[in-house]
Write a protein of this length. Structure first.
Length: 198
């Protein structure tokens, strides 16, 4: 299990990077072991991911049976934490930055925890009745753009690549997330076939 010291250092490093401070990398263990242990962040983020999932259910009400919804959510959550490292590994090799790959994985995972925290605050506001009409979607776009810029910066300093390459890889991660989201919504809204219809 990950230690409290590692959690504190990882969160602080992600916070420094959110201020676009490259020295945030110093607080995150970018070694192979550090990258492996950073996947514990998926467990730390789970209490934050559950309310966000509940909010999504209030907008996209599942019509599939409960077992299917549970299985879809578990698989989607696992994919959400593993898809980008696979793409990042390919990108690091293409950019001749394979020696920075583990640093990218560790930093990405810790910064994902920070992103969940931001969404926990912003999502209920943008989808609720707090803001005047039309401002909710605008806030959602601003937050999404900010998180995309954050991710691009994290990629840039972790892999030591140009802004163009970092933005490109950040966009790949964004579209991967969108693909997973729309697949989940589609599967959970699918009405189960009646007995004998298959």
């Amino acid at each position: 299990m990950i230690t409290q010291a590692e959690i504190a250092a990882g969160i602080y490093g992600a916070w420094r990077l959110a201020q676009f401070k490259p020295d945030g990398l110093r607080w995150i263990d970018g070694s192979l072991e550090g990258a492996r242990r950073s996947f514990w962040v998926a467990l730390l983020a789970l209490p934050g991911a559950i309310p966000l999932m509940a909010l999504r259910f209030s907008i996209y009400t599942p019509r599939a049976d409960e077992l299917q919804v549970v299985l879809v959510e578990i698989i989607a959550y696992a994919i959400g934490w593993t898809a980008f490292p696979v793409v990042g590994h390919i990108a690091a090799r293409v950019a001749d930055r394979a020696h920075y790959f583990t640093r990218l994985v560790a930093t990405y995972n810790w910064c994902s925890l920070f992103q969940v925290g931001v969404l926990l605050i912003a999502a209920p506001i943008s989808h609720g009745a707090i803001l005047p009409h039309g401002f909710g979607p605008l806030l959602g776009l601003v937050v999404q753009a900010g998180l995309l810029a954050y991710l691009a910066f994290v990629i840039r300093v972790s892999l030591d690549v140009s802004w163009g390459a970092a933005i490109g890889l950040a966009l790949v991660e964004f579209f991967l997330g969108q693909a997973v989201f729309h697949t989940v919504v589609t599967l959970e809204q699918a009405t189960p076939l009646p007995p004998g219809a298959a």
